[in-house]
Design a protein around this ligand. Structure first.
Ligand code: NAP
Ligand code: GCO
Length: 260
């Protein structure tokens, strides 16, 4: 049974994985046997990432690539095929958030979030798909969000992007299933990473709010995402397609605590 979760001989590309959720998922896929490839938007971060992976005993292959730049993405995928091997597993992790009230948010800010969080995964998925098809199949995991299902103040662009990413996941799953490519998503709850650091500052009201909204009563850690990622990257999920696996400590199942 455990062999179903083996990624031995597979090449995994995790975007935006110099740190944070992406790095944690990369470590998990390495632990299951995959060769790790990652990109980040600047050379300094890529070098820092390579060093960080090395400290974990992982020989990761790092590339400088902006996921919104089609030319850079196709060049990166071609280089990976030559230098490492055809991408078998893609984790579309790279993403940003802008917390600005909608009425104050410029169209430029809105477009930037959509570009990175939604168009980027489309571009990278399109770039790796031909290699997966030629290889007889592959796995694509899109990192969605609570905001793929819920809204809240100040994150209109992010919610629109992550809601779109949920539907892009379902659509590509339908288009590419005949090629034995399974496209699924992971929807993390509120996870302690640099992206949410502003919300976790001591005394920040959001910190207590999230604890109250999460039945598990805690912020998630990047470790909480590792098992689900290995599952969706492995043969154990070969008949799972178009599914968003929420790893949220129960947030989406919860109506909320009765006021005392
Ligand atoms: P993070 O700490 O901000 O890391 C995001 C990574 O993406 C960084 O390495 C960043 O590089 C990279 N990136 C940004 N724009 C890029 C671009 N255009 N091309 C390539 N790389 C780019 O975020 P995180 O908390 O680890 O989140 C990772 C993913 O999980 C994101 O998609 C996020 O939306 C999602 N998520 C996070 C949470 C959470 O609670 N943390 C929950 C649900 C979903 P730079 O440092 O150079 O910008
Ligand atoms: C926010 C947070 C969230 C998390 C995550 C939740 O400001 O609400 O940043 O959006 O990043 O996406 O799943």
């Amino acid at each position: 049974m455990l062999n179903q979760f083996s990624l031995k001989g597979k090449v995994a590309l995790i975007t935006g994985a110099s740190y944070g959720i992406g790095m944690a998922i990369a470590e998990a896929l390495h632990g299951a046997g995959a060769t790790i490839v990652f990109n980040d938007i600047n050379a300094e971060l890529v070098q820092k990432g390579i060093a960080a992976y090395k400290e974990e005993g992982i020989k990761a292959h790092g590339y400088v690539c902006d996921v919104t730049n089609e030319e850079q993405v196709y060049e990166m995928v071609a280089r990976i095929a030559l230098e490492v091997g055809t991408v078998d597993i893609l984790v579309n992790n790279a993403g940003i958030i802008k917390r600005i009230p909608a009425i104050e948010m410029t169209a430029k800010d809105f477009r930037q979030v959509i570009d990175i969080d939604l168009v980027g995964p489309f571009i990278v998925s399109k770039a790796v798909a031909p290699g997966m098809i030629e290889n007889g199949g592959g796995k694509i995991i899109n990192i969605c969000s609570m905001m793929s299902e819920l809204g809240r103040e100040t994150v209109s662009a992010y919610a629109a992007a992550k809601g779109g990413l949920k539907m892009l996941t379902k659509n590509l799953a339908c288009e590419w299933a005949e090629h034995n490519i399974q496209v699924n998503g992971i929807g993390p709850g509120y996870i302690a990473t640099p992206q949410t650091a502003p919300l976790r500052e001591p005394g920040h009201p959001f910190n207590d709010f999230i604890i109250a909204k999460t039945p598990a009563g805690r912020w998630g850690t990047t470790d909480d995402l590792q098992g689900p990622a290995v599952f969706l990257a492995s043969a154990a999920s070969d008949f799972v397609n178009g599914h968003i696996l929420y790893v949220d400590g129960g947030i989406l199942a919860y109506i909320g605590k009765q006021p005392k």
